[in-house]
Design a protein around this ligand. Sequence first.
Ligand SMILES: O=C(O)CCC(=O)C(=O)O
Length: 345
Amino acid sequence: MPKRKWDDDGPLATGKKFSLMDGKVDVLEGLVMHKEVISEEFEEELIAFVQTQCERGRSGELKKPTYLRASGERSQGNQREAIMYGGFFDFNRARPGKRGLVPPFPAILERLVDHLVAKNYLPSGVRPDSCIINRYDRGDCIPPHVDHSSYYRPISTLSLLGEEPMLVGSRFRTVKSCTWAPICGKSISLPRRSLLVLGGNSANIAKHCISSCSGQRISITLRKQPPPDWKPDATELVGKGGKRSMQGKDESRVGGVINIGSGAMLKRKSLSGSAKRRKKMMTAQVGRLVQVNDVKQDSPNSHNDTKNGSGRVEVSNGKVSEKQARRNARRLERKQQAVDALKKC
Ligand SMILES: O=C(O)CCC(=O)C(=O)O
């Protein structure tokens, strides 16, 4: 790997490291927790700043997308508030949005970043220039997501006001609305004034989320944006049937993407690489099955339903119902996915 500007920076501050193997991959590689990174006085100052900005947002003084609040039936009780500076974070796609939509860092955030870099919690070459402040109340959450790969790593999150756990891992299950449990992941408590730094696999492979909070909490998530001329990859803009269908107004996450009440959500759920391979395999299997049964229609048993290892295939009037076979294949695929998802790491 070519040397980067910040490789010559002094060593980063040491914090608590984490590890969790999912197969052969340590999905928490690069995750570091630092405690007490700011003073109680600075925490108070930051909390007062956030509360004031949220009040301004609620009163309509701060406009979308600088101030966003989850609302509507899809948010199911989640009323998390978010304030953005430096760069618009497109919650629908967890990626950088259009430039110039939100105000630059206010002085207090510049001071925070100066401090975190000076203390070597963050590498100076990856100085954050975009920030999302999340204000959680009791019951609020943020669903599992991976921050878009165009953001430089590491990304980091400073916790204020209350202590809540963050789930970080490769697989979660939804327990109920706003509540997730790790299948292959860890629950990491985030004390007040702690900084969780997500680098390496913990940022690129693992997802993170905050389940329904037990009380109030504020987080300040800091990221360095890609250069201003960055554009999303063409494949991210166009779905199978042309443009991706957009709809919805409330908070939801589809395929690792959230909507915090700011507008569109992606309707089509993209398949993971392994799911795609399984689908291909199943389609091939169905093709073979259909051929076998087409041959069988000449046999005396051709009017009977044919059982096969991959499911029940209907034969009507001596003809296999391809539709049914495909339906069976899809059912099997879903079953397989559920089984895979439950495999603990
Ligand atoms: O509240 C947190 O600590 C996490 C926030 C987060 O993941 C985000 O804003 O994307």
